[in-house]
Design a protein around this ligand. Structure first.
Ligand code: 5GP
Ligand code: ZN
Length: 116
């Protein structure tokens, strides 16, 4: 299921180090290497999917698990009350750099809203 040469698959398998903050059967989450907010966590499915466009009906449960994990992680990170943002960049125009589906959980400050 893991894709060779995928950096997030290697992080999920603990082959390369990360600051892991959450893990369950479906999902892993770790601190972003270059945070843009006081809380910046990457939430990834353990199954390798390059982009959201590769998800199918059979991934419906997995996609739901990611959302539920986000809420748990927000609580653990202390941002559930004040709020947080969950972002998924899909493809070139959105600036996706790592081709393994991931969601950015951002919080810990008032976030701007300018996708320029
Ligand atoms: P994208 O632009 O694809 O949505 O976001 C990729 C994110 O992955 C970036 O925020 C980047 O800082 C983060 N990132 C890239 N490589 C690594 C890594 O090896 N470890 C961690 N923890 N984050 C990474
Ligand atoms: Zn991968």
């Amino acid at each position: 299921m893991a894709e060779q040469d995928c950096i997030f698959c290697k992080i999920i398998q603990h082959d390369i180090p990360s600051e892991m903050v959450y893990e369950d059967e479906w999902v892993a989450a770790f601190k972003d290497l270059a945070p843009v907010a006081p809380v910046h966590i990457l939430i990834v499915p353990k199954k390798h999917l390059s982009t959201l466009n590769d998800a199918t009906e059979s991934d419906t449960l997995l996609l739901g698990k990611i959302q539920l994990a986000a809420s748990k992680i927000a609580e653990r990170q202390g941002v559930k009350e004040n709020g947080y943002r969950l972002i998924h960049n899909c493809g070139k125009d959105a600036g996706q750099e790592v081709m393994h589906v991931h969601y950015h959980l951002l919080g810990g400050k008032t976030l701007g809203w300018s996708p320029d």
